[in-house]
Design a protein around this ligand. Structure first.
Ligand code: A3P
Length: 325
C-alpha cells in the first residue's frame, strides 16, 4: 500500500489502470446518489430524447429542418466552432463535460410533451460514439439516414472540395478513391474519410452493440428527398410524438430549388436549405462509379442482411435492391 500527494497519486492510478484515463459520462439523473450531490440549479431535462446521427451527406440537414417545423420538437443551440453541430460525443468536446453539453439544450421545456434532439452527422461512423451516447442517454432514440454509399461518397467529395480542402483540390475523385498504401499520407487519409462512413453495416452493428434495435430508426434518404411527408409521418409514429402533425401543411416541393422546402402561413416564400445543400455538380464518371460499386459490394451485402434481420418499418431502399441484383 502506498500513499502520495493527489497529483502523483492520480498519475500512479492511471499508470495501473490506463483504461480509466478516458472519461465516460453517465447520466446523473439515473442515479439517486448523484442526484443528491448535484446542484439544484441543474436540470435532467436538458438532454436529447433522440439523436440524428448521420452519416454526413445523406439529407441530415433537411431532416433537421423538417423536424424543427414540428411544434413539440426543439433542438440544440448552434455551436459556433463546428458550423452549427454540437458534436459532443465524437471529438474532444466530450472532454468539456456534461455541463458544456447540457447548456446547448434550451431550458424550461416540458419533458413529457417536448422532444429535444441533437443532430451531429459525424456520430454515425465514429467508433467511440455509441458507447459514449449509451452511457449518457441509454433511452434515447437513434435516427440514421442512408443513401447509396457511392453517391454519398461523391457528394462528400464535392462538399470538401467546395470547402477548399487542399488535398481534394489537388486530386481527381478517381485518384482519391483508388489511393493505396504507396500514395501520399494525406491522400490515403482523405480516401478513408470519404469511403469509411459508407460502410454502413459495420457502423450500424456498433450502435446495435449498445442500443436495442427497437430504439433505432433507419431512414431511406432517397425517400426523404422524393416523399418527405411520408418520412416525417413515419418519424412521428416512431417517436410516438404528440400532436401528430400533417407535414403536407409544412413542407412543399420547390421547383426552383428542386427539393422540398419548409412553408408556413406567415412566410412569403418557402424556406429552402442553402446553396451547400442540393449542390449542382457534374455526373460521376462511369469508371470511378464502377470502382466504388465494387468497393461497397460486400458492405452492401452485409447491410442487406442487417436490414432484413432488423424489423424496420421502411422497405429495403431501391438502390440496395438494385445493387444486389
Ligand atoms: P448534395 O448537395 O450532394 O445534393 P447533409 O445535410 O446530410 O449534408 O446532406 C446533404 C444532401 O441532402 C444534399 O446532397 C441533398 O441531395 C440532400 N437533400 C435531401 N433533401 C433535401 C432538401 N429538401 N433540400 C436540400 N438538400 C436535400
Amino acid at each position: 500500500l502506498r500513499s502520495a500527494p493527489p497529483l502523483e497519486m492520480a498519475q500512479l492510478y492511471f499508470r495501473v489502470f490506463p483504461q480509466d484515463a478516458e472519461p465516460l459520462w453517465n447520466n446523473p439523473c439515473e442515479d439517486k446518489r448523484h442526484m443528491q450531490i448535484w446542484s439544484a440549479t441543474k436540470s435532467c431535462e436538458r438532454l436529447p430524447k433522440f439523436l440524428v446521427i448521420g452519416p454526413q451527406k445523406t439529407g441530415t440537414t433537411a431532416l433537421y429542418s423538417f423536424l424543427l417545423s414540428h411544434p413539440a420538437i426543439r433542438s440544440t443551440y448552434r455551436n459556433p466552432e463546428t458550423f452549427e453541430e454540437v458534436q459532443f460525443f465524437s471529438g474532444t468536446n466530450y472532454y468539456k463535460g456534461l455541463d458544456w453539453y447540457m447548456n446547448f439544450f434550451p431550458g424550461g421545456v416540458n419533458s413529457t410533451t417536448d422532444f429535444l434532439f441533437e443532430k451531429s452527422a459525424t456520430y454515425f461512423d465514429n467508433e467511440l460514439v455509441p458507447l459514449r451516447a449509451f452511457s449518457l442517454v441509454p433511452h434515447t432514440s437513434i435516427i440514421s439516414i442512408l443513401i447509396d454509399p457511392v453517391r454519398r461518397a461523391y457528394s462528400w467529395y464535392q462538399h470538401v472540395k467546395a470547402h477548399g480542402d487542399k488535398v481534394a483540390a489537388q486530386y481527381s475523385f478517381l485518384e482519391i478513391v483508388t489511393a493505396n498504401r504507396d500514395s501520399p499520407k494525406p491522400l490515403q487519409h482523405l480516401r478513408s474519410r470519404c469511403l469509411r462512413p459508407g460502410e454502413y453495416a459495420s457502423h450500424l452493428e456498433r450502435w446495435l452493440d449498445h442500443y436495442p434495435s427497437t430504439q433505432l430508426l433507419i431512414l431511406d434518404g432517397d425517400l426523404l428527398k422524393s416523399d418527405p411527408v411520408s418520412v416525417m409521418h413515419l418519424v412521428q409514429r416512431f417517436l410516438k410524438i404528440k400532436p401528430f402533425v400533417d407535414y403536407k401543411d409544412l413542407i412543399r416541393f420547390d421547383k426552383k430549388k428542386g427539393f422540398y422546402c419548409q412553408v408556413e402561413a406567415t412566410m412569403k416564400a418557402p424556406r429552402c436549405l442553402g446553396r451547400s445543400k442540393g449542390r449542382r455538380y457534374p455526373v460521376m464518371e462511369a469508371d470511378v462509379e464502377a470502382v466504388l460499386q465494387r468497393y461497397y459490394q460486400p458492405h452492401n451485402v452485409a447491410l442487406h442482411k442487417l436490414l432484413t434481420r432488423l424489423n424496420q418499418p421502411l422497405p429495403l431502399p431501391k438502390w440496395l435492391r438494385a445493387d444486389l441484383q
